[in-house]
Design a protein around this ligand. Sequence first.
Ligand SMILES: CC(C)(COP(=O)(O)OP(=O)(O)OC[C@H]1O[C@@H](n2cnc3c(N)ncnc32)[C@H](O)[C@@H]1OP(=O)(O)O)[C@@H](O)C(=O)NCCC(=O)NCCS
Length: 179
Amino acid sequence: MSLHVIDAERLPVVAAHMVRNMRENDDEPQGPFAPYDPHDPYDAAEALEKWQKKLTLPVTDPNFGRMWGVFDDDGICRGHCDVRAQGLATMGHRVELGIGLERGVRGQGWGRKLMDLCLDFCRAEDRIRWVDLGVFAHNTGARHLYEQLGFETVGVVKERFIIGGRPVDDVTMTLFVGA
Ligand SMILES: CC(C)(COP(=O)(O)OP(=O)(O)OC[C@H]1O[C@@H](n2cnc3c(N)ncnc32)[C@H](O)[C@@H]1OP(=O)(O)O)[C@@H](O)C(=O)NCCC(=O)NCCS
């Protein structure tokens, strides 16, 4: 297994991982980790198109994004972590973080390694001062990892989503990475 920065060339391999990962979302034993269900499914083609653009934009652009992936020995992407700007110039000092690993590679330290890479990038960029994320309240594994990295809970939106008929509370967490 190895870690890589995702560029336009690697992006289609990552898109295939996203599709597998989102399929897992539908039958996670502890409940979903992403806000999709059959009524509003993950659109891989749309995501690929968006990310093709995001990766080319400079960090000063309100729509930039960066991504890192973990690849197995056959070159198949098994997990990713990303940050993206939030679309407004006035929020250029904040990024939103996302992460997802396929079941077969969880619990082996790769999530932590991907987060470290991503946060190193954020700390090295003077412009970025805060890293925000949303995590479902029931996703105790992910919350544990974020807390371990210093993220603080700043709020909970009760019943932010209804996924597969089930109400889901969403926890907002944030990490200061500025000087
Ligand atoms: C959450 C996730 C990113 C963690 O990555 P990972 O590679 O499985 O975790 P790591 O092996 O790097 O472990 C990092 C820490 O988190 C803890 N952890 C990870 N998964 C856990 C779980 N399910 N329950 C409890 N703790 C967990 C580990 O014990 C470790 O803490 P420790 O050092 O105190 O032992 C990964 O499991 C995943 O992608 N899950 C499905 C998608 C998801 O939930 N994405 C986040 C949406 S907000």
